[in-house]
Write a protein that binds this ligand. Structure first.
Ligand code: SPD
Length: 284
């Protein structure tokens, strides 16, 4: 009989993949971690029965979460990644030779170990000497006021259950703001505007209380619930269309999905989102 794994939402919706075999399943102190080999999307990671990434479409997520900030930042030598335990986000950041130092803070050693062993094609930069991996709490990391400022902070957490709940809180983003350089940019994953509407718009409102520039952007990810996925671009002044032509040319040459049109187009919002944002702005 065929084996399927589904991400289930309120017993109303399922996002599933047919699984050839289970490569890893474990319970860490924080969450359930599973890696499957799926028929349609290659190997895939689930955390607490929610899809995190799959070889077949991870490139869209990881290019979108990194390159929008990397191509617009005034400087991008020092980068902090919170979460991102599969290694896809740091892989993309470290593809830029000018990047000097990347701190990656992932709370769950089991996620990193399982991904290193079973998803080595996603995390291809684990041995890069510019990468400094800490297993620990991202919320505590950004409280350290002695840290040298970061040019970019990327929050690649999982969905707001378990240890990732704090990554949707105002205090965390206030700490991130304090850890950024004067021209700094933060990008965070921001769930589905359709399926997790309240989480998505509440995160935008939270960031707008802290950062002068806040703009959500969107792209479709096949494995994620709600199909249309979101990230939020927040900065101390740098605009999402302040694109560095040289860096864009470099990135376009090597990326599989991301390019200038995708970058700019991702900020074009459907009317239901435009209206919700306008309503929120009126309320502030
Ligand atoms: N349910 C999808 C939530 C996506 C969060 N991050 C995924 C990690 C990929 N590096």
């Amino acid at each position: 009989m065929a084996l399927w794994y589904d991400e289930v939402h309120e017993d109303k919706l399922r996002f599933g993949a047919k699984v050839k075999r289970t490569l890893f399943m474990g319970q860490s102190p924080y969450q359930k971690v599973s890696v499957f080999e799926t028929e349609a999307l290659g190997k895939a990671l689930m955390i607490d029965d929610l899809w995190m990434c799959a070889e077949g479409d991870e490139i869209v997520y990881h290019e979108m979460i990194t390159h929008v900030a990397m191509t617009t930042a005034k400087r991008s030598e020092r980068v902090l990644v919170i979460g991102g335990g599969d290694g896809g986000t740091v892989r993309e950041i470290l593809s830029y030779p000018h990047v000097k130092h990347v701190d990656m803070v992932e709370i769950d050693a089991m996620v990193v170990e399982a991904c290193k062993e079973h998803l080595p094609e996603i995390g291809r930069a684990w041995d890069d000497p510019r990468l400094h991996l800490s297993i620990g709490d991202g919320l505590a990391w950004v409280k350290q006021s002695h840290l040298e400022p970061y040019d970019i902070i990327i929050v690649d957490g999982s969905d707001p259950v378990g240890p990732a709940v704090g990554l949707f809180n105002e205090e965390f983003y206030r700490d991130c703001y304090a850890r950024l350089s004067d021209d700094g940019i933060l990008v965070t994953q921001a769930e589905s505007p359709k399926l997790f509407r309240e989480v998505h718009f509440s995160l935008i409102r939270t960031l707008k209380r802290i950062f002068p520039v806040v703009k959500p952007y969107y792209q479709s990810i096949m494995i994620y619930a709600g199909a249309l996925w979101a990230w939020i671009y927040a900065s101390k002044g740098r605009k999402h269309d302040d694109i560095n032509d040289e860096l864009m040319a470099f990135t376009e040459n090597r990326s599989e999905f991301y390019n200038r049109d995708i970058h700019l187009g991702a900020f074009a919002v459907p009317n239901y989102i435009r209206r919700a944002l306008a309503e929120d702005d009126k309320g502030n």
